[in-house]
Write a protein that binds this ligand. Structure first.
Ligand SMILES: Nc1ncnc2c1ncn2[C@@H]1O[C@H](COP(=O)(O)OP(=O)(O)OP(=O)(O)O)[C@@H](O)[C@H]1O
Ligand SMILES: [Mg+2]
Length: 512
């Protein structure tokens, strides 16, 4: 069906025309039209719920469009499955990897498309092909490593190799950097440039404008499912992109008064906690967080941050040490008891620990509080009260959902995050443990969440903030504790600390 006279250029590898997808009354994508050229890195930008992931799912055969067409290499294609899509050379790396943890890199890469020798799996050939791809694209992936032993950034590269092994010429990355450390992010941007250099067309989804500016050639902006901008990256800047996305100027820094800290709310001494595999991850950690301050935790990923947070929040046993909340040792208390004592928690993994996907949005907004006033009276649920409360939070936090009774797992990634944040920030608490609170959230909503974190501090809440983003830590924290190898290596005053110092201490290179 290729009509060459309409081809704007032979180097267009993917063309989307009038693509539309509805979910009941929700129009997720509305007449989306865009082109991707060979060797081009195209940023797909838009607010939470703008329709990015839905578009991707149509492009890789996971969702059927209601209208419009997809052309690959000039031909109209109907993609019924990811297998169809990869047959046409188009693949996606999702945020949740689809790797088998106990298998090796090579086994994962070739899974379902194994090379055989006399009918048997040819392991040596698989490893050789993985090594060749790894070298060609500068991926530095070891074919015989077991996937579960690899850091997230490496697992992501395995997914990329998997796509390349199957002949992908168009690669879609849906928020690949949300789970990466700053160093891993820089490496990924380098890899993406390398892939493009070798002719792969790339669609790159991110909420981080710096990555758009540094790593892409062109930007398509979606708002409410429609394309509202299609510009060369060089012709725009962060402020312009933010305004285009959100429809208003966005303040990219946080206004806050100096903190007036009160009594110590959280006191940790000599804490030792194991990781999932029984290795000591927190190794004798001391920390204090006071009422009315934001204490930021900086550190290279996997230096005990996750285990620290989970131990504080009664999600992981401790091996040694004390955790005292408002004067009381919390040993033996469960998540529910801590909740009732005023511990709010924005967990790093919202899907696993923050939400019940099958529940309504309204239910997730009052999770753990169903049976308490004002949501329950004389042992009976007050649905009107729950609904009113949910409506208010949805408006305040700008959660994009068709109704309070939508299933939470039908929301976009960033909107799920906003549900968790809204719930945890909207209740009375003495301690707020916020782990990656703005992960996956668009710039406009980051601004709002940051203001709310500062407002919680100003109400006297002790805030423990863990973030992989130094920028976020510096914007919000009053003090910054740098964690390294499971201990606090230094505690700095955020006003006088510099990123360089923090970076050096994180890396263990500043004599601390
Ligand atoms: N399976 C589904 N059922 C119902 N509605 C859905 C479904 N999947 C997505 N939607 C809706 O479609 C819209 C677009 O969602 P999509 O996930 O594409 O957004 P997004 O741009 O990727 O957002 P984010 O930045 O938060 O990841 C949202 O309003 C979402 O609630
Ligand atoms: Mg998405």
């Amino acid at each position: 069906m290729s009509d060459s006279e309409e081809q704007p250029g032979a180097d267009v590898v993917l063309e989307v025309r009038g693509l539309t997808k509805r979910f009941g009354p929700v129009v997720a994508d509305s007449e989306v039209t865009l082109q991707l050229r060979r060797g081009e890195v195209l940023a797909l930008l838009g607010e939470n719920g703008a329709g990015k992931s839905t578009l991707v799912k149509m492009l890789v055969g996971l969702l059927r469009p209601d209208a419009g067409e997809i052309r690959i290499g000039g031909d109209v294609v109907r993609l019924r499955s990811p297998r169809d899509a990869i047959g046409r050379g188009i693949a996606v790396v999702h945020q949740h990897f689809q790797l088998v943890p106990v298998m090796t890199v090579a086994e994962n890469v070739v899974l379902g498309a194994e090379p055989t020798r006399r009918g048997l799996f040819d392991h040596r050939k698989a490893a050789a092909e993985v090594r060749a791809l790894s070298q060609r694209f500068g991926l530095a992936v070891e074919p015989d490593a077991v996937v579960q032993d690899l850091p997230i950034g490496m697992q992501q590269r395995v997914e990329i190799i998997k796509a390349l092994y199957r002949g992908a010429e168009i690669l879609i990355l849906d928020e690949p950097t949300a789970v990466l450390t700053p160093v891993e992010t820089d490496e990924l941007l380098r890899i993406v440039a390398e892939l493009a250099e070798r002719g792969v067309g790339i669609i790159f989804i991110t909420h981080k404008l710096r990555e758009v500016m540094n790593g892409t050639d062109r930007v398509v902006v979606l708002r409410d499912g429609r394309v509202v901008g299609d510009v060369a990256t060089a012709d725009t800047d962060e402020a312009g992109l933010a305004a285009l996305m959100v429809g208003r100027p966005v303040v990219l820094h946080v206004d806050k008064e100096p903190a007036t800290p009160g009594a110590t709310v959280l006191e940790i001494r000599g804490l030792e906690v194991d990781d999932d595999r029984g290795r000591l991850a927190v190794r004798g950690l001391d920390l204090d967080v006071r009422a009315g301050e934001i204490l930021g935790i900086a550190g290279v990923q996997d230096n005990g941050q996750r285990e620290l947070v989970e131990a504080i929040c009664a999600m992981r046993p401790r091996r040694a040490g004390t955790v005292v909340l408002a004067g009381r040792e919390v040993e033996g208390l469960d998540v529910r008891a801590l909740h009732d004592l005023g511990v709010a928690h924005i967990p790093e993994d919202r899907d696993k620990h923050g939400l019940v996907g099958g529940y309504f949005v309204a239910e997730n907004l009052v999770l753990n509080r169903f049976d308490q006033a004002p949501f329950s009276r004389w042992g009976r649920r007050d649905f009107a009260a729950i609904q009113r409360w949910a409506r208010q939070l949805i408006a305040d936090f700008d959660v994009r959902t068709p109704s309070v009774y939508a299933r939470t797992d039908a929301l976009s990634g960033g909107n799920k995050q906003k549900v968790v944040v809204a719930r945890e920030l909207s209740r009375e608490s003495v301690l707020l443990v916020a782990a990656q609170p703005t992960r996956g959230v668009d710039v406009g909503s980051i601004e709002f969440i940051h203001q709310q974190l500062v407002a919680a501090r100003d109400r006297g809440v002790a805030v423990l903030l863990v973030s992989a983003e130094l920028e976020e830590l510096f914007a919000l924290s009053d003090r910054i504790a740098v964690i390294r190898e499971g201990r606090v290596a230094a505690v700095l005053d955020a006003k006088s600390a510099t990123r360089e110092t923090v970076g050096l201490i994180m890396a263990g290179a500043a004599g601390h």
